[in-house]
Each structure stands twice: as C-alpha cells, then as structure tokens.
Design a protein around this ligand. Structure first.
Ligand SMILES: [Zn+2]
Length: 371
C-alpha cells in the first residue's frame, strides 16, 4: 500500500514538473525538458504524450536540427487554458487574460477613484467579471494572479494598500477563491514585472534587476532566468539614504530611498498635491527630478555591486518619457559604478497583470498538477 502511494505520488510529481517546465519555457523540446528536469527520456516522452492527448500542450514547427521522432517543439495550449492577471495600483487597476503559452487574449483597465477596502475589492471583482465574460465559452480559466504593490504574505494576504485607509492584512486569495472557485495567487508587483520582462523582453542578461518607480518603489532580481526568492520582497526602496532628518516615507520610517524618488515622495518634496502636476510641466520641477535621479543613480550603482548585475530595467510613470531624467539617472549611476557597470534601460510597457497571470498558472501546475 505504501509503495502504491509513493509510486502514484512520483508519477504525479513528474507530470507536474514536466508540465510546469513547458509552461515556464513557453516553447521547448523533449530533449530540453529532459535536460532541464533530469527525468529519463521515456518518462519525458510518456508525460508529453499524455499532455498532447489531453490537449494541454500542442506540437508546433519541427526542430530544425532534429532527427527522428519527437523532434517538434512543444508549447502549452494557449487556446484552451487561460489565466487572469490583475494589477492593483493607485492610478488604476489593470487586467489581462493570458493563454498558458503566453499569448495575450484581452486587456482592460479601470481607474482607481476610491479610498476604502470595499472599493478596492469591488473594483477587483468588476475586472475579474469583465475577464470572465470575455473568456466565457472560449477558454477555461485556470487561475487568477494578483500583482500587489507592497508586502504580500504567503501569496495570500496583501498586507497594506496605502491608498485605501482600512485596507490591512486582507486575505485576497481566500476572498476570490470563495467568490469564484478559481485558484488564486498573490505576488509582489515587481516579481510580476520581472516575469513579463523575462518572458517577453529577455535581452540575455545574466543578472538583471527590474525596478518599478511609481507611487512606491519596488525591485525584483533574477539570476540565470530564475527570480531571486527572498523571505519577503526585496525592499531596497526602504534603504535609508538620509539617516538624519530624512523625509517621511509612506512606510512610517524617515529617510527611505522611496521618499525621494517615488511619485508621492517627489510631489511632497516639490510642495504639490499630486505628481500629475509635475508631469504636466517637468522643466519647472527639474531640480527635484534631478535630485530623484541622483538618489536613484547612486542606489542602482549600490544594488549592481551587491548583486553583480549586468542589466537594470526601469519602468513606471515617474520616469515616463522624461529623457532628461533618464540621462541623469544613467549619469549618476556611471559616476558611482566604476568600471563594473550594469547596462541601464527604461521600458515603459512592462505589464504586471501579464506576469501575475503567468505566475499564477505556473503555481497552480506546481501545486495542483494539471487538473
Ligand atoms: Zn520607507
């Protein structure tokens, strides 16, 4: 009996590992799966056959150098299973419906105009309902991923959304799963952006950092295509850059990097109510923006040294299309990096909802197998 259970578990495990590998890769070969998972050729062939028979994956174009049977590329079947991704952000909530092959089926956005937990949940439900209405009769919705700015606990509880006064320790996973019966997974927004970067924009850096500069400041780092898993988020935004008489940060401390470079911090330092005022006339506030560029450039130089980065990708509306600010950041980064400097670039359109959808599906396969 014990043997039977163990055998059964092993076969489930190989199934999950192999399917998960295919989903992560997006497009792969049996040979690559064998190398990447260490399962035998016959196990890989067997599991891939089952996946093909169940329409979970499909075979596409033949591998050019391949010889013999089983030399077509394997991709997850994006016409059957999709995941919903949501991004909770102070400017607006966005959603995506993403096929398990990484194809984007649908996108939506609703502005965030409230300041209560009830409003946040209601807006999330509206976006999920929009996505479900789109997917109805066409796709099976396998999972929901939620990208959150700030701290996420156990991929379930969103600790604090500072733009809703009573939003504290909210178990979003439980709330969504209870309402919709769909597997739900929460992730830090920067890890979701990193997933989008690695899947859709990968430029071959060995160690790359994605920095999101919006109303908050977030970082995620990947090494060799694997995201760096920490106990919590990489909270470099709350590194103290002014230990004495520093500006107040939203986290409650004084002198955090975020207090000098986030849209909220910059607006406060400029003495205006909202960053949108600065966005309309950046030249008028150039001194404050330069100062933010200085803090960011120095911080990225420090980060590059700590993690041996060769690439840094910035995103978010604080930089937006402000080339002067981007140049300042690069200038200061170079000044403090020395010769070992990471390449710094700005990508405006990284999508946290895309990354959240992908990560939720990978997690579902890892946790629950293939349904
Ligand atoms: Zn802080």
């Amino acid at each position: 009996m014990i043997n039977y259970i163990e055998n059964h578990t092993d076969s489930q495990k190989s199934f999950r590992t192999i399917f998960s590998f295919i989903v992560k890769k997006g497009k792969t070969t049996r040979r690559e799966i064998q190398k990447g998972t260490n399962y035998s050729w016959s196990s890989v062939s067997g599991v891939v056959s089952v996946l093909l028979n169940n329409n979970l994956v499909i075979e596409t174009d033949p591998v050019i150098s391949g010889v013999g049977r089983g030399t077509s590329y394997i991709v997850p079947n994006g016409d059957r299973f999709v995941s919903i991704g949501l991004d909770i952000n102070s400017t607006g909530f966005t959603s995506s419906v993403v096929g398990v092959d990484g194809s984007i089926k649908y996108k939506n956005m609703r502005p965030y105009l409230g300041d209560t937990k009830e409003y946040v949940l209601d807006l999330m439900f509206k976006l999920i309902d929009d996505c479900l209405a789109f997917a109805k009769d066409k796709y099976n919705v396998a999972s929901i991923g939620v990208s959150c700015q700030g701290t996420v606990i156990n991929h379930s509880i969103y600790k604090r959304f500072v733009f809703a006064k009573d939003f504290m320790y909210c178990n979003i996973k439980e709330i969504i799963e209870k309402k919709y019966g769909i597997f739900t997974y929460l992730e830090h927004d920067t890890n979701c952006l990193l997933e989008d970067y690695l899947f859709n924009h990968n430029e071959g850096y060995v160690s790359v950092c994605v920095a999101r500069i919006v109303s908050g400041l977030g970082f995620a780092i990947s090494s060799n295509g694997q995201s760096l898993e920490m106990f919590g988020p990489i909270d470099f935004g709350h590194m103290i850059v002014q230990p004495r008489d520093g500006d107040k940060c939203l986290c409650g401390m004084n002198g955090c990097l975020e207090a000098y470079v986030s849209s909220v911090g910059i607006a406060r330092r400029a003495g205006v109510e909202d960053f949108s005022i600065i966005e309309k006339n950046r030249d008028k506030y150039r001194n404050i923006l330069d100062e933010a560029g200085f803090y960011l450039g120095v911080a990225l130089a420090n980060l590059s040294h700590i993690f041996s980065l060769d690439g840094v990708v910035m995103t978010g509306h604080v930089i937006g299309n402000d080339e002067t600010m981007l140049k300042q950041i690069i200038k200061y980064n170079n000044e403090f990096s020395g010769e070992e400097r990471a390449e710094i670039k700005y990508l405006p359109n990284l999508s946290p909802s895309f990354g959240a959808a992908r990560l939720s599906f990978i997690e579902k396969v890892d946790k629950e197998g293939a349904f």
